[in-house]
Design a protein around this ligand. Structure first.
Ligand code: ADP
Length: 308
């Protein structure tokens, strides 16, 4: 071939989302084990040596087609399962609304202070469930490429301040400190207010879950002025002094249902960070995690700054 060899063609096919499922059989004159390994590393599903024997070639194609049709069936089943899960999750909302209304009418009754506190707690748990349901539905919409973002100008400093206020009681009850390090002036991004808030809530929820008592969590916001390679950015960091994340876990925790080390007494579902990653990427931003020193993790979100 004039511009690229067969291995390169195979590599390009396998790196392309649209074409990667097509089975590739490389027909090669190469017999060296290293060359054959190169074919397989390039993503080839099989190879056949020259000179070609037509009977063998047809048999290999038939075998590839059998594997492909099994692959297609698995894909269809997974899609069906995903759609069913989305429907079930969606239908969980209605009973939650009923429970919330029930709690509200209980609050109106003449009951003891202790009873009121219990109802308050129930309300918070219901809210967490509602957030989880909404996050799962958002992940499903992003995956199905059906998410419609409701873009508005968000003053991210103002949003972070109000989130810190929302977390006040849980921070106090866990004997932690939640500190803001912000620029003094407003800093705007263009985004979906509800979803960006959910991302920050998820990151802070995690920082709280995995931090020891008496430690501090910092939300830092910085404006990174433009340079020749890129436009103005807003950097948002959630910094904790908690259990930290190992290099192996850093590779996987942004994937669905991936959890790190299991910590007794802490709920770990493995959906929060995949929600954050998908949402931030839908806003053309990035999210990453690094170590905090001497202990803990730093989650960093970069988003384009909106010019005012
Ligand atoms: P969940 O918290 O429900 O497990 P996430 O997707 O938010 O789901 O997080 C996945 C995993 O990443 C967690 O189970 C935990 O092991 C790890 N992780 C996330 N945030 C932190 C953090 N701040 N410190 C330590 N580990 C974390």
């Amino acid at each position: 071939m004039p511009d690229m060899d067969g291995i390169e063609v195979c590599q390009q096919l396998k790196n392309n989302q649209q074409w990667h499922h097509i089975p590739v059989i490389i027909v090669t004159a190469l017999s060296d084990k290293e060359d054959l390994a190169r074919c397989l590393d390039a993503g080839a599903d099989d190879f056949i040596s020259k000179p070609i024997n037509s009977m063998e070639l047809r048999a290999r194609v038939r075998s590839m087609l059998r594997i492909k049709s099994q692959y297609d069936r698995i894909q269809d089943t997974m899609q069906l399962r995903e759609e069913m899960m989305q429907t079930i999750v969606h239908d969980l909302r209605n009973p939650l609304i009923g429970i919330t209304l029930g709690c509200d009418s209980l609050k109106a009754l003449d009951i003891s202070e202790r009873g009121k506190q219990r109802i308050e707690q129930m309300g918070k748990t219901i809210e967490q469930m509602r957030f989880l349901i909404d996050d799962i539905l958002t992940i499903g919409r992003i995956e199905a490429k059906k998410l419609v973002l409701n873009f508005t100008a968000i003053d991210i400093v103002e949003m972070a301040r109000s989130i810190i206020a929302d977390f006040e009681s849980i921070i106090l009850s866990k004997k932690l400190q939640l500190l803001g390090e912000f620029p003094t002036e407003p800093n705007y991004i263009s985004g979906d207010t509800h979803l960006i808030r959910r991302v920050l809530n998820n990151l802070i929820d995690n920082a709280i879950k995995f931090s020891p008592q008496q430690s501090s969590i910092i939300i830092r916001i910085e404006h990174l002025p433009e340079n020749p390679d890129r436009q103005d950015l807003i950097k948002i960091q959630v910094i904790d002094c908690g259990i930290g994340i190992s290099p192996e876990q850093k590779q996987v925790i942004f994937e669905k249902y991936e959890v790190g080390n299991i910590v007794t007494g802490i709920s770990q579902i493995g959906l929060g960070l995949s929600f954050c990653k998908m949402t931030i990427e839908a806003h053309h931003g990035t999210i990453s995690v690094t170590n905090n020193h001497p202990k803990g993790s730093i989650f960093t979100v970069l988003l384009n700054r909106m010019q005012q």
